[in-house]
Design a protein around this ligand. Structure first.
Ligand code: NAG
Ligand code: NAG
Ligand code: NAG
Ligand code: NAG
Ligand code: NAG
Ligand code: NAG
Length: 291
């Protein structure tokens, strides 16, 4: 009797710690991606609460007037799901669409799996290092398969790897667990060409005086991913006091960062840098990338 009561108690605890059902979250992100492909915002609002909060690049927008009303030919999509926190993140790359886009979308759900918040970072020409063709190409060389069960890191390990990256931005003594290979893909430009088999996340340089604000997390142990939304200070040189909407998605394997995908929007075209920032390895000009 005692054993049964104990087992029953444990399974209750296990259920209580996962507040949402992963499969239902997967269904919701599939609905979201299909809705973006067909330009049917109603398909998303119909699985949302009545007072849904919807933003694009941190500006409140009517979901029935935003990018979800535009059919977009999607070349690639990837979603990660955080059952414990009832959250998801979706990456959409549309390179062959007449109007190319890279879109990052963080969604929060109620415990009954209705969408309550959608934060999209909608990037296109003029946003940070934007090149949807490049995003699609570099992504295609990477392996983001689910992590085999016996090799999965804990939520804490995955989140700590992403946090270390941003803690390093303000403290050069912080060790970031970069793996090999490690490469960072920003807008469409990758650090990978600096060394296709090596760690180019470090090689491309890191700041030590930047405090990123308002970190918001989506952690998926199955995919070995933490996505962090944040305000990126000084990214747009024309508005140095504003924090630009930014998503960094980290793929973590055995505690080490393998890939970083960023989506960052600008106010001024090219964030006021006139496209001079990112260093293709073939050019001699050496300017520090955004990270
Ligand atoms: C999203 O990606 C999945 C997996 O690659 C694919 O099966 C699905 O068709 C894609 N959805 C759209 C709308 O492109
Ligand atoms: C849009 O989605 C809604 C909800 O799923 C559906 O009822 C409607 O038929 C769709 N509209 C179009 C034009 O496909
Ligand atoms: C975009 O990326 C593609 C693929 O890497 C590359 O061939 C192209 O030159 C890039 N375009 C620009 C404007 O950098
Ligand atoms: C910087 O990071 C190091 C290593 O983690 C830590 O010991 C130190 O306390 C940090 N400094 C500040 C000011 O947070
Ligand atoms: C590329 O990275 C690999 C693995 O870290 C290293 O062995 C190799 O020397 C690097 N190559 C260059 C050209 O830096
Ligand atoms: C970008 O170009 C504009 C117009 O030519 C110029 O005023 C500005 O100083 C340039 N900004 C940078 C960071 O080079």
């Amino acid at each position: 009797m005692h054993t049964c009561a104990l087992v029953a108690g444990l399974s209750l605890i296990a259920t209580a710690s996962a507040h949402c059902n992963r499969e239902l979250l997967v269904g919701a992100t599939e609905t979201y991606v299909a809705a973006q492909a067909s330009g049917n915002s109603t398909a998303v609002s119909s699985i949302s609460v009545g007072d849904l909060t919807y933003t694009e690049n941190e500006q409140p927008v009517d979901i029935h007037k935003g990018v979800l009303t535009t059919p977009i030919k999607i070349d690639h999509n990837r979603s990660v799901h955080d059952a414990e926190n009832c959250a998801s993140f979706t990456e959409i790359i549309a390179a062959s669409n007449p109007h190319p886009y890279v879109i990052g979308t963080r969604i929060l759900y109620t415990e009954s799996h209705q969408i309550k918040l959608i934060e999209s970072i909608v990037t296109d020409e003029g946003d940070w290092l934007f090149n949807a063709t490049g995003y699609l190409y570099w992504n295609s060389l990477e392996n983001w398969d689910p992590i085999p069960e016996e090799l999965r890191d804990s939520r804490e390990t995955i989140k700590a790897a992403g946090d270390a990256y941003f803690n390093r931005f303000m403290n050069a003594s912080v060790e970031v667990p970069f793996g090999v290979p490690c490469s960072r893909l920003e807008g469409g430009a990758s650090t990978a060409p600096l060394n296709l088999t090596g760690d180019t996340c470090t090689a491309a340089g890191m700041p030590s005086t930047l405090v990123v604000t308002n970190r918001r997390y989506v952690v998926d142990e199955v995919m070995g991913v933490v996505d962090i939304y944040l305000g990126f200070p000084g990214l747009d040189r024309t508005v140095p006091d504003q924090h630009m909407p930014d998503s960094h998605m980290f793929r973590v394997e055995s505690g080490e960062i393998r890939y970083i995908h960023t989506v960052s929007s600008c106010v001024a075209p090219g964030c006021g840098l006139n496209g001079t920032l990112f260093p293709p390895p073939t050019r001699t000009r050496r300017v520090r990338p955004h990270l």
